[in-house]
Design a protein around this ligand. Sequence first.
Ligand code: F6R
Length: 256
Amino acid sequence: MEVYILPNEEEIGSAIADRIEKLFSANPEANLGVATGSSPLPTYRELIKRVAEGKISFSKSHFFMLDEYVGIAEDHPERYHNVITTEIASQVDVDPANVHGPEGNAPDLAAAVKEYDELIREKGGVDLQILGIGSDGHIAFNEPGGSLVSRTHVDVLTNQTRVDNARFFDGDLDKVPTHCVTQGLGTIMDARELCLVATGEGKAEAVAQMVEGGISALWPATIMQMHPNAHVFIDEAAASKLKLIDYYREIQAARA
Ligand code: F6R
């Protein structure tokens, strides 16, 4: 796992956009894994800028979302498909028909989650997956206690995640859905490259566990230690509980 400690979220967004630009210059048909939440927003702003400047094109790409709420109205602004459309897809040159997500309102959810994994495989897999992390160590909606090799599945949101996400639902916990469909940890681990963003002190414990803790269902993101091409982009606050922080800084300086 490569750790990058950067001064602010703009620099994090720019560093991830650099990796994406490099990937798409080499392979314009690469597929991008997109996450919702606040962590990827600076990256999306940077990508939108670079597409407008002609530095990157997503015209031959497929976007794959990580997760979706179950039972949320199709036109709800917090439906993840709508969030991704607003925050990035509609502002870049990806074909809207190529923006895919697990279907949270399918009549047969069990069949729909299988079809989603098949679709990812059929389109050649995800080349670079952008990720955030929950304060309880979840990635996508893989909450603590789940399988470390799961595929896309229906899951129950923990109270902690619902509390964290209530800010997107007028601060009203009762409005936050209780279930979701999410790529499994096994599905996420199939992506060829992972770029995880975490900022702020609230993420410091989860980051320390993810990078330095024992691999455990208690902190789902720890599975990323087994990925051969995983990059973690954090600010000083999110890095504050890392035991080997000086070592990561040394490696980072040597890379530059
Ligand atoms: C969203 C997702 C979640 C978020 C996580 C962090 O698609 O997969 O795992 O990445 O909850 O959310 P933020 O970035 O809002 O702190």
